[in-house]
Design a protein. Sequence first.
Length: 132
Amino acid sequence: MVAQPAAEPVEGLWLTQDREGVIEIAPCAGAGALCGRIVGQAEPLLADGTRPMDVHGVPHCGLVILHDARKAEDGRWHGRITDPDDGSDWSCVIWVEGGALHLRGYLLVPLLGQTQIWHPYGGHVSRDCHMI
């Protein structure tokens, strides 16, 4: 039997593909599950001085958008992802390859989806979610 290389960890701070946010992926309440929450934003305040809110009036800062991701036999994590702007909820699969996090959101099957590439975030975020 040939040993497979160890999967790269998905936990940590990730800069979203559009470079507008930082997501922290860490263990969540469920045993063995990971969650992801918004911890940084390029623009944490809107032009009128208010904070961005989701469709339910919850501030983006601290909002959990990756839910209950569990590791599968293939070494990838399968869960749910929520778009904070419109509240749409998608199945997703995440994995790290070559140091970058791949997040594929989809309906029904992964083939019917879209993949984003997130990169490790090496900067800092302030207590009010501002990316520094």
